[in-house]
Ligand binder design. Structure first.
Ligand SMILES: [Zn+2]
Length: 92
């Protein structure tokens, strides 16, 4: 279902999801419960729960809530080649 933007005179704008056929012109404000008028914008089609939406949400969330780690990442072991020609190469 698309999201529609409503505007409350005292609290500001908020979004609500409605089916396109039954979208109301007025919705109760979640902050003050007064009727808020729908703004004339295009409905935002979002696929909540999809991989792309979760990635966008996680990316936006890291701007405000960076992930907290308890330890540095584990060191990766260097791969040792079994090719005898590689043993002649200089070591770093
Ligand atoms: Zn309000």
């Amino acid at each position: 279902m698309p999201y529609y933007e409503f505007c409350c005179r005292s609290c500001g704008s908020f979004d609500r999801s409605h089916p396109m056929a039954t979208v109301p012109d007025v919705a109760p404000c979640p902050g003050c419960a007064l009727p808020a008028r729908r703004r004339m914008t295009g409905g935002a089609l979002l696929h909540t729960g999809s991989t792309a939406t979760r990635l966008l949400d996680a990316t936006a969330r890291t701007a405000h809530e960076p992930a907290v780690v308890t330890a540095p990442p584990a060191r990766t072991t260097t791969r040792i080649s079994r090719n005898p020609l590689h043993h002649k190469l200089p070591r770093a």
